[in-house]
Ligand binder design. Sequence first.
Ligand code: ADE
Length: 224
Amino acid sequence: MRIDIITVLPEMIEGFVHESILSRAEKKGLAEIHLHNLRDYSNDKWRRVDDYPYGGFAGMVMQCEPIDRCISALKAERDYDEIIFTSPDGERFDQPMANELSMKGNLIILCGHYKGIDHRIREHIITREISIGDYVLTGGELAAAVMADAIVRLVPGVLSDDQSALSDCFQDNLLAAPIYTRPADYKGWKVPEILLSGNEAKIKAWEIDQAMERTSRLRPDLLE
Ligand code: ADE
């Protein structure tokens, strides 16, 4: 899969892309992440990409032209399954959405900034508006990085077997059971006996029981 991220702050995402699971996916040839500096598509001699809003409202607004030019240039090279805009008023990003997007071929993520973007871009170019939670970030870069990470790690082959995405929290709408490693007794804090029993069926039943208990206590909304 390929994700093109359009931003006014590529350096903010660059380190993350080259250090995290995303770089491992790239090395395995399973995913490509490309960063595009929106300012490269500005016609302004100061490389500006924003302007004052009509109507005298507060804040600055990202202009249509640089965004349209950048996305048109990308679309001329290949087809895209979704053109996503990061925005606190979008659909809420969650694990099912990450699963769905991990099955797509090519995605564009446009990072919002300033007060927002000219609404005509949202009407005519964007196919999906996504929020990572009910809080307002300074820009969409962190949201794009969060989404790219959650999506790419689900691409088959990116995780090794022992990191399998199938046992993730939320994968089956349950929080994961607690996990432990050696030693079995640390300062008198003991690993549950059952995990040392070697009885696979009982361990599986314990895992489900724990997952249910933690979910109903910590995230009852997931069980509704
Ligand atoms: N931009 C600002 N806040 C955001 C959020 N919560 N999700 C996605 N993009 C954003």
